[in-house]
Every structure is written in structure tokens, then in C-alpha cells.
Design a protein around this ligand. Structure first.
Ligand SMILES: Cc1cc2nc3c(=O)[nH]c(=O)nc-3n(C[C@H](O)[C@H](O)[C@H](O)COP(=O)(O)OP(=O)(O)OC[C@H]3O[C@@H](n4cnc5c(N)ncnc54)[C@H](O)[C@@H]3O)c2cc1C
Ligand code: SF4
Length: 495
């Protein structure tokens, strides 16, 4: 610990400033005016990293699925040694550039300082290290010394597929990433909006991976039309990793669901990103000039909110069926757990109304938005009885909505296509079943990320990818030196 009194002399959290709302909603750039790596912010950053107490038992490690070596890189930043900080960061995380921007930071809610002070700004320190590392040229391709002659296919190019592929390529296996979409990145490419992470960060990582030898094949719908079949995969590759995400969205089977203007979030968000990048879209769904209702109070809903704000919606309402969480940790979720508290994302700062404990009873059309197009929602307040939402009598009301976006989560993998062709088994929750080594019931076929875990987070997808890669390496060579931070059955951090 470079500064044993840092946590006493600096008690407040200091973070880079976000751009003013009226300015940032006029573009799709990231919301921060300043990066942690900017020269003017460095003294603040060093002061903040110096608040780390280098705890004997660093609970932040355990909060992080990757087991990030947080006190080590806090200390190195405190000393201004960004090169070594970057090395220690990459020792456990392939893509701190993604997690530093997008992770909800369970490490911070587990930080020991958080017991009686605001926790260390771990996520910002992480982002600052990786931004500096790229700026200074510390991030270079790690080309394998020798090739094993083994071929691996990774299906899906989200964070799980990319982490798996990078680990296996570096271990010397010839690794191809097959992706259905026209560009690589999974939800990082077409789900998460530009204002949360500019795609340039993804592209520079993909450049590094390509230089290391990973082969990318976008436009490859495995198990679909014109793509390789499950049989082809088993014939051509020594191992296969399914990192196909959890892509079936939860629906809302209410009266009027079939009306025009009602869309799943993942029909809306990818189009919006394509438009920002000047890519072609068919029949663009836009919020411009409309009353927008987003059903679902989570991150996907917030991404729809920020996008609709930038497209110029007339009004935006985000409905959440659960009651509004409190500002403080609930008694049943004490430190160091990740608590359900009221959070304000950058999109919420920008506008829109959040309505809690409210459910949609019906979607209606009065014809004013065009034949068969939604114009209103009928909603009710609800209370939970026996775990089920029950409408409160007398609370029914109509809210205007010419665009309704469903952001209610995902229920698993499609069971047709490659899953069916390979014959891998899927559990009752729509997840591909795997054993403790990420292996499916089909020899040589593994699974990583949301496809096996269910809808989750980027940090878990990377941890799964790293661990699955270790299992594949062991399968191919009889042993491995690759790290495996988690096991599916226990989900414990094991490094
Ligand atoms: C809108 C949205 C916002 C989110 N924001 C955050 C956030 O801010 N922070 C966070 O931590 N998490 C966030 N998440 C969750 C996070 O993005 C996911 O947990 C993570 O991307 C899962 O990674 P994955 O690699 O398992 O799958 P995905 O990222 O879903 O990638 C799977 C890929 O597989 C491809 N694929 C599927 N089937 C085939 C096939 N047959 N052939 C070829 N390719 C195929 C898909 O096209 C896709 O590109 C968000 C999720 C959504 C939907
Ligand atoms: S728990 Fe917090 S204070 Fe302790 S080592 Fe981790 S970041 Fe530092």
C-alpha cells in the first residue's frame, strides 16, 4: 500500500465529469467529458487509487467474478506505474476496456472501505489503466510461440466467445469465431448503445485478436441457412464452443400485443446503432416525435430510454412491475453482497419518467396512429401477493404510446438450429446444460456465457470464456496452464 493514510486523507469518491445533458443528448458519443486517463484527471485518479487499504482479505477480489487483482493495480496506479498496472489487470481480464465502461462493478459493493465510507472508485481506476495502456502502446498482440495443430470453432462473438477465442489462440490452437451477424461483437456490437461504449473500443480489441491469429467469420449463421451444420462442425473442428448468448426475449402476452408499433428492445437497439454508423436498415423503428413506453426497468430498458431520448421522443415512460427499491442496502442484502438499490444510469439523468409497481393490462389502438397501430397502454398499479402481481382496484389508467418497447429480459437459447443439430441438451430454464468443465453432453462441445449461464453480465461472460477455454485446452492436450476463474456448479471465484 503506497499511502497508508490515503483513505483517511481522502474520504470522498471523485469521478470524471459527465458531459452536460443538453449537449450529450445531441450525439451518440460516450457520456463522459473526461476520461480517467486524461492528464488533468490523473492527480485525482492517483488520490482515489490511494484510498485503497490493501486489505488483508480483499473482499473486492471475491466480488469480481474474474478475481481481478484490485489492490495490486490500485497501488501501481498510485505510484504512476501504468505499464505494470496494465499487466496485472490483463492477468485476470481479457477485456478491461469493456468491463471498465460497462460493468455494474460488484467489486465496489464488496469493497471493505464501503462499510463506513464510499468505496474505492475501482471501475474508474480500471478504465483509466486500460485507456492509458492503449494510448501508450502497452497493449500489443500476444502471438503464440507455437501452434498445436488443433482447430477450434467458437460460435458467437459476444464477450464470452471473444474471451474463449483469445485464450485458445494464445494457447496455440487455431481458433475461428463464427458469428451470425454482419459484424463481430455480440451484444457489445449491436445491443449496447454507442453512448455507453463507443464501438472503436471493440474494434481495437478485435484488431489485437486478429493480429494474434484469431480468425473471424461474420455472416456465418451456424445451423441456419447457408451456414455450417452441427455435423460440419464436428467433422471440421477438434472442439466446438457454443457462445451463442441467451437470445429469446421474454414476451408480454396481453391483449393488443400484435399491434403495430410494439417491438422487442432487441429489434429496436441494433437498428439504432446501425443508423448511427451509417449502415443500412429496413423499416427503421424510430422514437422521433412519439410517446414511448418501455416495459422493463432494467439496463436494457435504460438503453432504450437513452436511445429514444437521442432520437427525439415526445415523452418516455419506463414501466417496472417491481416496487421502487430503496436508496440504502436492504437489511437482507448486507455488505459485501450486491444489493438491489435505486440506481440512476446516465440515461435516467437525461429524461423520461420511471413508474414502479405497475403492470400493463392491455395495448390499444384508437386508429389515430394508423390502422392497427398502438396508441395507448392500459396499466394498473400492482401489489405482490404470494409472489404474484395483483392489480390494485381503482388504479387503472391509460398512457399514450405510439411506440412500445419490451425490455423484460431473455428466456434462453433457441432449441432449433445448431443446438438441435448437435444434440446438446437444454434445461428447463432455456440454458445449455454443462458439467463442471463447461462440457455439454456431446463430447468435444463446450458452452460459455449467457447460453449456459442464462442472461447475465459481461464480466461473467468473460469469466466463463476464460474458464471454458481452460477446459477445452485440457480436452485437446490432456492438461492446461490457462486460468479458470469459475466453475459452473459452484460459480465460486477460484483464483
Ligand atoms: C441491451 C443490453 C444491454 C446490456 N448492457 C449491459 C451492461 O451495460 N453491462 C453488462 O455487464 N451487461 C450488459 N448486458 C448483458 C451482456 O451484454 C451479456 O450478458 C453478454 O453480452 C453475454 O455475452 P455472450 O458472449 O454470452 O453472448 P452475446 O453477447 O449475446 O453474444 C452471442 C452472439 O452469438 C451469436 N449467435 C447466436 N447464434 C448463432 C449461430 N447459430 N451462429 C452464429 N452466431 C450465433 C449472436 O449473433 C451474438 O452475436 C446487456 C444486455 C443487453 C441485451
Ligand atoms: S476491498 Fe476496497 S479497500 Fe480493500 S483492497 Fe479491495 S479495493 Fe482496496
Amino acid at each position: 500500500m503506497a499511502d497508508p493514510k490515503g483513505f483517511l486523507t481522502t474520504r470522498d469518491r471523485e469521478l470524471p465529469e459527465r458531459r452536460p445533458v443538453p449537449v450529450r443528448i445531441r450525439d451518440y458519443r460516450e457520456v463522459y467529458a473526461q476520461r480517467g486517463a486524461d492528464e488533468a484527471f490523473v492527480p485525482t485518479l492517483i488520490r482515489q487509487a490511494g484510498r485503497c487499504m490493501d486489505c488483508g482479505i480483499p473482499f473486492c477480489h471475491n466480488g469480481c467474478p474474474l478475481g481481478n487483482l484490485i489492490p495490486e493495480w490500485n497501488d501501481l496506479v498510485r505510484r504512476g506505474d501504468f505499464r505494470r498496472a496494465s499487466e496485472r489487470l490483463h492477468a485476470t481480464n481479457n477485456f478491461p476496456d469493456f468491463t471498465g465502461r460497462l460493468c455494474p462493478a460488484p467489486c465496489e459493493t464488496a469493497c471493505v472501505l464501503g462499510i463506513n465510507q464510499p468505496p474505492v472508485t475501482i471501475k474508474n481506476v480500471e478504465q483509466s489503466i486500460i485507456d492509458t495502456a492503449f494510448d501508450e502502446g502497452f497493449v500489443t498482440p500476444q502471438i503464440p510461440q507455437q501452434l498445436t495443430g488443433r482447430r477450434v470453432a467458437v460460435i458467437g462473438s459476444g464477450p464470452a466467445g471473444l474471451a474463449t477465442a483469445q485464450q485458445l489462440t494464445r494457447a496455440g490452437h487455431t481458433t475461428a469465431v463464427l458469428e451470425r451477424a454482419d459484424a463481430v461483437g455480440g451484444l457489445l456490437r449491436y445491443g449496447i448503445p454507442e453512448f455507453k461504449m463507443e464501438k472503436a473500443h471493440l474494434d481495437r480489441r478485435l484488431d489485437q485478436m486478429a493480429a494474434e491469429g484469431t480468425i473471424f467469420r461474420p455472416g456465418s449463421d451456424v445451423g441456419g441457412e447457408g451456414g455450417l451444420t452441427g455435423e460440419d462442425l464436428l467433422e471440421r473442428y477438434d472442439a466446438v464452443v457454443l457462445a451463442i448468448g441467451s437470445t429469446i426475449p421474454r414476451d408480454l402476452p396481453v391483449l393488443g400485443r400484435e399491434l403495430g408499433g410494439v417491438h422487442q428492445a432487441m429489434e429496436y437497439l441494433p437498428q439504432a446503432t446501425r443508423v448511427v454508423h451509417g449502415l443500412p436498415v429496413e423499416d427503421q423503428i424510430t422514437a422521433e416525435g412519439k410517446d414511448v413506453v418501455i416495459i422493463g426497468g432494467g439496463d436494457t430498458g435504460a438503453d432504450c430510454l437513452g436511445t429514444a431520448t437521442r432520437q427525439g421522443a415526445r415523452s418516455i415512460t419506463q414501466l417496472e412491475i417491481m416496487p421502487r427499491p430503496g436508496e440504502e442496502r436492504p437489511a437482507g442484502q448486507p455488505w459485501p453482497t450486491y444489493p438491489m438499490t435505486f440506481r440512476i444510469s446516465s440515461a435516467h439523468e437525461e429524461g423520461g419518467e420511471r413508474v414502479y409497481a405497475t403492470a400493463t393490462a392491455e395495448m390499444v389502438s384508437d386508429g389515430s396512429a394508423g390502422e392497427g397501430r398502438v396508441t395507448h397502454l392500459v396499466v394498473n398499479e400492482v401489489v405482490f401477493k404470494g409472489g404474484r402481481p395483483v392489480p390494485v382496484e381503482g388504479t387503472e389508467r391509460r398512457i399514450p404510446a405510439q411506440l412500445v418497447l419490451l425490455a423484460m429480459g431473455f428466456v434462453g437459447v433457441p432449441t432449433d438450429g445448431v443446438v438441435d443439430q448437435l444434440g446438446v441438451s437444454v434445461d428447463a430454464r432455456g440454458r445449455i446444460e454443462r458439467d463442471d468443465d463447461f462440457a455439454t453432453n456431446v463430447p468435444g462441445v463446450f458452452v460459455a456465457g449467457d447460453a449456459g449461464r442464462g442472461q447475465s453480465l459481461i464480466v461473467w461472460a468473460i469469466a466463463e470464456g476464460r474458464s471454458a477455454a481452460a477446459s477445452v485446452d485440457r480436452f485437446l492436450r490432456g492438461g492446461t496452464e490457462l486460468p479458470a476463474p469459475i466453475r459452473p456448479t459452484t460459480m465460486q471465484v477460484t483464483v
